[in-house]
Design a protein. Structure first.
Lengths: 376, 376
């Protein structure tokens, strides 16, 4: 999607990806096959780029730092990737910057995690500091007795763990913030993200919350991003609590699943915005050009052929629904719960896009107003 | 742009283009370098395609016909390309189908063109039957005395010429019509095209004409396309006359410059629609998701570096204007009047997109209401 935005503007993209025939390989100018965790590979790759950016934070950041010192232009900066790829370090950073977030603490022994349990209560969220995404690297201990097995399931304390106070949120929100090289920022409309088994499942834009909450979420997100270094698009995932607090959950230093809808619904997509930001071009208008959008992730529902069959059935239905755009990533392998594509529905109202999603998923709407729209 | 739409949906595209490094080469799955006028090349190329389509009508249609007989799936059909690539044949076809169009007649001698001049009056439009586009292959004789030189300027009668009665139109309109493999059609909103030196310069969507004219234009366009064979997206260029007649000017059997705005402004772009049509997928919603759009072609204003400099100045301004998307085709050579890219401005009203265009072109608006918007 980043390659599409770049090529539309005539900007050349060279990608580094270990997989021959990876999705981006057919839409970039050149594909260097190699690991983004290998120092030599990253160094050689950087020589070919005017600006180096990342689409995944799990890269060899030590090499990025060295390259920056040699004058390579990394956006966002290595310092930002370093803070973000270690979730505990990320929390410490945002806590120091006075961004509201759930209580957390590092744990490295059974004794320290038991202390944390006493302090924060149960259920207790236990997390890996690194390489955690889509719920991987997270586990919940319901009580003190579960702590040893939960720690073991995450690979043990040597993996690097921390705990968080359980946050009984009412909604999860997300704000995409773009920051230019001159540190000016623009924020996309606040969206609601709905997760299923810890994986982003549905995104509703704009979020169905009060203007006061929208303002608060936007200001928390903007403040968080202003504390980091380098240009680009960032996703700020937030919890909205029962008492109308907005707490930072985590930040991604790149275009994000919660911003996929922007391709069809906003004047400037998050991808074009990222390109504009890292190249030092003026930031584009992040506002929505249509009243409502909803994004549905196509997750693998089964392995192999059976999974492809189910995905194709879903896509066939999507193609019959007005305002619907199908994105299929053409990943070579289908796996259960893998993000294989996404579907965005744009429409004249929140109610219409929601009822179209119900149609797509062949489910009856629970909302009588929506059911009426379906009948019309 | 067709490749972008296909790759978004995970559909593989192989292109045939004679130029190594041509714009589409970095966004397709495979680029076969070769001429679309060479029979062997086209035949070999066709073997690799599930469906064969064209983005230019000046192809070797005899080969397409042979391939169709051998079972190759060409969309739209060779018969359609054959009708359209010869403009005289195209007029005869639409005339037989009772589509309203300006009077025309074949001319092959000085005597016959003089007779045509007496019949249609002057100025007289003289046109080449083939390989005509962007005003190339058209010439105007102001009087009988100019006929020999005008004929010579078009390459002589042996080139294949016809004449058309001069149409004093008040606006040029265009309708993109998509036809699926089952012959169902959908029509995009009527747009106004503004030409400068015979090259499309600005497209306004929707056109500023009455609903009655919109209906008439849509019905003429739809009837014209229903008379052709094969699936795909077609552009129907129309003249609106002083007495509210809508006459067909010409048809393009492919996505068209007058539909570029659909990428940002419509639920389904003309490119995605073409892909859906030729593959037999359900046609998408052609309606606009934003109230107004305006498209401005970036034409080369000078040769080489000087031309690039001027284009870059224009693009720099475009990037500062809200709702503006820049498309730069990355053609390797800049030439005067060459289409190097385009800019689409989408916005909440016709007046706002027009005043943004005035801003882009650094011109003062002639409309006082628009000038007011600029001041606000």
């Amino acid at each position: 999607m980043l390659c599409h935005a770049a090529s539309q503007m005539g900007i050349r993209i060279v990608i580094l990806d270990p997989l021959p025939g990876c999705p981006a390989s057919s839409v970039c100018d050149e594909h260097v096959i190699g690991s983004f965790n290998d120092e030599d590979t990253v160094r050689e790759f950087a020589k070919r780029c005017g600006v180096l950016t990342v689409e995944i934070e799990h890269v060899d950041v030590t090499t990025l730092e060295k390259l920056e010192k040699q004058g390579v232009d990394c956006e966002p900066n290595a310092s930002t990737i370093m803070i973000i790829q270690d979730k505990y370090r990320q929390k410490k950073h945002f806590s120091r910057c006075e961004i509201p977030l759930p209580d957390f603490m590092e744990v490295d022994t059974l004794r320290s995690i038991e202390e944390a349990g006493e302090k924060f209560g149960y259920p207790l969220m236990v997390k890996s500091k690194r390489l955690a995404y889509d719920g991987r690297g997270n586990a919940v201990a319901k009580n003190k007795e579960e702590l040893p097995s939960v720690v073991a399931s995450l690979g043990g304390f040597e993996r690097g763990l921390y705990v968080e106070r359980w946050t009984p949120f009412v909604k999860e929100l997300s704000v995409i913030v773009a920051r230019s090289r001159d540190n000016s920022t623009v924020c996309y409309p606040v969206v609601e993200t709905v997760h299923k088994e810890n994986i982003c499942h549905v995104v509703e834009a704009p979020a169905d919350v009060s203007n006061k909450i929208k303002k608060l979420a936007t200001s928390v997100a903007e403040k968080a991003i202003k504390s980091l270094e380098g240009a680009g698009v960032f996703a700020v995932e937030l919890f909205l609590t029962e008492d109308d607090q907005v707490l930072l959950n985590e930040v991604a230093p790149r275009p994000h699943n919660s911003g996929h809808h922007t391709i069809e619904s906003c004047y400037t997509s998050q991808y074009e915005q990222h390109i504009r930001a890292i190249l030092g071009l003026p930031l584009g208008d992040p506002s929505m050009k249509a009243p409502a959008a909803i994004m549905y992730n196509i997750l693998g529902e089964d392995e192999g052929e059976a999974g492809f069959f189910l995905a194709h059935q879903l896509i066939s239905r999507a193609l019959t629904i007005p305002g619907t755009s199908v994105h299929w990533y053409a990943k070579p392998e289908m796996r259960k719960q893998r993000k294989m594509g996404h579907i965005t529905i744009v429409g004249p109202s929140k109610i219409s896009v929601k009822s179209r999603l119900d149609n797509l998923l062949q489910r009856n709407s629970s909302d009588p107003k929506e059911a009426l729209v379906l009948l019309l």
